[in-house]
Design a protein around this ligand. Structure first.
Ligand SMILES: [Zn+2]
Length: 402
């Protein structure tokens, strides 16, 4: 990419140019996170000559920034990390399009979050927003004594296995304690995901009771488990990322509606991009550590920028004149769900923050509208891909006419 084409819009309009070789100079002159994501896409890799010892069990994820193109998928995931209020991300596409790779690649970009020192996940901000009764008695005492309730810690990526039972997901009786005649609850995956990213691959294949528990916990930010005489309420403020292959099963529209951003992930169409992606995967499989090292500098910047965007987010304002444009689009598209505007506006705020700005512009809405508004109307999953293409064209036409 040329030195002077620093605008994201420009980069999107000329995506083929992003596959051109980019030198290590890339980290110089990066204006913002979105700038970085766009520029690093297409960075050339040198195939390693030395094969590493594959006996090591250490897992090094394929670098997020090494994923060729798939701009919308990358941006949706980044926006969700910047602003959890977008309501999660659903990645829809066939196998082998890099959905799981992208999500696991987030590992290196995860922000710092306050990590509760308490079993129930109490945080000082709970007291600040809801008063002292919002935390457990232990934490209330610690707070009064001026002791910390939390430490800053890197967010984690928690994966929900497809074969998880409801007990595993929400928690249940601790069977090891039960052997010693003690009745105790064991924390489930949902509470372990508090403040973290929860990834559910093949979300369309989960049992209904699990998906309902998951979505309720995500929406409320907490959930209560009752088992016989004991009950406990756990916090569950996680960023939910789901992926699904529509060829393998439907996702009920009411469940689909509960995901904020939806990305249709397709295979790369451009031959050069496919070749580049092939080379990178090959290089990564031969030597994951070297591949990670080649993207380390950019990854480090991206992580810092992401943290800054998160810190800027509370200051980002959505002017009424911009909000009204978004509401008009939603009305014209005939979308009923209130989640449409919540996601649209929160994603636009995150996008502005990713661009280091404090005011949302109509151009921000335009960037995020397709992922926030698509698949909000479809009632039959069987024809939704077909439907989506028409809808995409319509969204584009409406936002371009503004
Ligand atoms: Zn507590």
């Amino acid at each position: 990419m040329e030195e002077n084409s620093s605008s994201l819009v420009e980069a999107i309009e000329r995506p083929d140019e992003t596959t051109a070789e980019v030198s290590v100079e890339i980290t110089k002159g990066v204006r913002s996170l979105r700038d970085l994501i766009e520029r690093v896409t297409g960075k050339g890799l040198v195939a390693p000559e030395v094969q590493e010892d594959a006996g090591l069990a250490e897992v090094i994820p394929f670098p997020f920034l090494a994923i060729v193109n798939q701009y919308e998928m990358k941006m949706a995931l980044i926006l969700a990390l910047i602003n959890p209020a977008v309501g999660g991300v659903l990645l829809i596409g066939p196998r082998g399009t890099g959905k799981t790779t992208a999500v696991r690649g987030l590992l290196d970009l995860l922000p710092l979050v306050p990590r509760s020192l308490c079993y129930y996940g109490c945080l000082p901000e709970d007291i600040e927003t809801m008063g002292i009764d919002a935390v457990c008695p232990d934490c209330a005492r610690k707070y009064a004594e001026g002791k910390p309730l939390a430490v800053m810690d890197r967010a984690r990526l928690v994966e929900l296995p497809l074969n998880a039972r409801l007990e595993d997901v929400i928690g249940g009786i601790d069977e090891r304690a039960a052997i010693h005649h003690r009745l105790r609850l064991q924390r489930g995956i949902l509470s372990q995901a508090d403040r973290n990213v929860l990834y559910v691959d093949e979300v369309n294949l989960l049992d209904d009771e699990i998906i309902n528990a998951l979505l309720d916990a995500a929406a409320q930010g907490n959930y209560t488990v009752r088992r016989g005489p004991i009950s406990a309420t756990y916090r569950s403020r996680f960023i939910l990322v789901g992926s699904m292959n529509p060829e393998e099963g439907y996702l009920r529209p009411q469940i689909q509606d509960r995901f904020g951003l939806r990305v249709i992930v397709k295979g790369l169409e451009d031959d050069n991009e496919r070749l580049e992606a092939y080379r990178r995967v090959k290089a990564y499989l031969a030597n994951p550590r070297l591949t990670a090292a080649q993207f380390r500098a950019e990854t480090e910047i991206a992580r810092e920028e992401l943290q800054l965007a998160r810190e800027l987010l509370p200051k980002v304002e959505l002017p009424d004149r911009v909000a009204k444009v978004g509401l008009r689009w939603i009305k014209e598209l005939g979308i009923e769900s209130l989640r449409a505007e919540i996601t649209l506006f929160e994603a636009a705020r995150a996008f502005a923050a990713a661009d280091s700005r404090q005011t949302v512009e109509i151009s921000d809405l335009k960037q995020v509208a397709p992922m926030a508004l698509r698949l909000r109307r479809s009632s039959f999953m069987s024809d939704y891909l077909d439907h989506q293409e028409k809808e995409q064209a319509q969204i584009r036409a409406i936002i371009e006419a503004t």
